[in-house]
Design a protein around this ligand. Structure first.
Ligand SMILES: [Zn+2]
Length: 124
C-alpha cells in the first residue's frame, strides 16, 4: 500500500525536498518518501508515520533496498535504516529515538507531528 498523499507532502516539506539517503548515485532532490524500517509482510500502515519516513530520490530509494555490507552498515549508523523490532509499534518507537544524519552531517530527530529538530548535542 502506498503512503497517503498528505503524508508524502508532510515528509518532503519537512526534509526540504533533500534526499536524506544521499547514496553514491543520489539525484539530490527528493521526490518520494522512504520507510526507514522495512514494513515486512502485509504492508502494515503502523509505520506510515512522519518519524518513520524520510525524503528520498528515486535512485537512492531503490538502491537502499538492495544495500548490503559496509553500505548497509553506514545507513544503519546514520539512522536511514532502522532495524525492525519485535512489533511494528516498537519499530515505530525505535524510529522516534533514532536520529537521522543527513548528507552534511547534521543530526535530526524526526517527530510524530511531521516536524524535525536538529540536535547539537555532541554526544549524538
Ligand atoms: Zn538520493
Amino acid at each position: 500500500m502506498s503512503v497517503p498523499k498528505r503524508l508524502v507532502k508532510t515528509v518532503l516539506e519537512r526534509d526540504q525536498y533533500e534526499c536524506m539517503i544521499a547514496g553514491p548515485r543520489c539525484l539530490g532532490v527528493a521526490t518520494e518518501p522512504d520507510h526507514r524500517a522495512n514494513r515486512g509482510m502485509g504492508g502494515s500502515t503502523v509505520l506510515d508515520k512522519p518519524h518513520c519516513l524520510i525524503a528520498a530520490c528515486g535512485i537512492c530509494n531503490g538502491d537502499k533496498t538492495a544495500a548490503t555490507g559496509a553500505w548497509r552498515a553506514e545507513l544503519i549508523e546514520r539512522g536511514v535504516i532502522v532495524e525492525k523490532a519485535a512489533t511494528n509499534r516498537e519499530t515505530a518507537l525505535r524510529c522516534l529515538y533514532t536520529p537521522v544524519v543527513d548528507r552534511r552531517g547534521r543530526l535530526w530527530f524526526l517527530l510524530p507531528g511531521g516536524t524535525r529538530v536538529e540536535s547539537t548535542d555532541p554526544l549524538f
